[in-house]
Design a protein around this ligand. Sequence first.
Ligand SMILES: Nc1ncnc2c1ncn2[C@@H]1O[C@H](COP(=O)(O)OP(=O)(O)OP(=O)(O)O)[C@@H](O)[C@H]1O
Ligand SMILES: [Mg+2]
Length: 283
Amino acid sequence: MSPSPDETPPLFDISGLHYRYAGAQADALADLDLKVHEGEFVAVVGANGSGKSTLARLLGGLEKPAAARHALACGHDLLVEDGRMAARRDVGVLFQNPENQLVAQCVEDDVAFGLENLAWPAADIGRRVDEMLARFGLEDLRRREPHMLSGGQKQRTALAGVIAVPRRVLVLDEPTAMLDPVGRDEVLRAVREMRDEGLAIVYITQEMDEAAGADRVVALERGTQAYAGDAGGLFADAALVRRLGLGLPAAGELALALAEQGRGLRDLPLTMDELLVALGYAT
Ligand SMILES: Nc1ncnc2c1ncn2[C@@H]1O[C@H](COP(=O)(O)OP(=O)(O)OP(=O)(O)O)[C@@H](O)[C@H]1O
Ligand SMILES: [Mg+2]
């Protein structure tokens, strides 16, 4: 029998985390707690400037916390330089801005970059890179210089490079923000597959439909945690949703519009399937 999540150490175990940018008047993150277990999919939401990308960089060992009671990523102590170095290896981070991630001369070299750092044999790298290029529809662009790509193509290249390296945990910072509907579906499918493979994923998003599918949602407000729990609990609290500058998943918005027409539903649906069931069109 596989151990329950509570028996294995969390992949992220963060308590009382603070971070402040040099010269800033206030903390970008203050007294933040976060636990993410093996195989969990945790969405992080919050208004612009609430600290989501800062959190992503800290979780990946890319910034030094100002303070924390404890801050562990894959067992590595983020409060010390050696721990942050080890976290940079074990935690896959997709940055919000792919410009910060693309380093090589062409798309295929960029996707191969992490594997080359791990000294994989060339034939294995070739196979893995081909698989990633096919998964994200990048085959025709494999020789293209990254700075000659569109925003969405850059984002897909960066994600292919992050996913190419086998890991237990990923932090994805708004991975669908720049994508067209087809690209978005490709990325969501890849994320679903990784979730099915048992990877833990911290998924930063402004898309409430994407957050609605998470095991847990953490909402940030000016660097502090304003909510942590299931998506249903967050979206049912209309005052909190408004205060945090969030919206509802599309099905929830539709349900509210129906309620204004006098067709109020008992529970707020979070997905189209739940809405259809609530309206009696599906069982
Ligand atoms: N390099 C920096 N130097 C100083 N302040 C910064 C820097 N980067 C971010 N900040 C500030 O830190 C706070 C958190 O920023 P962060 O980028 O983490 O927010 P976010 O939630 O990711 O926002 P968005 O939704 O716009 O991506 C903001 O007040 C921002 O102005
Ligand atoms: Mg951000």
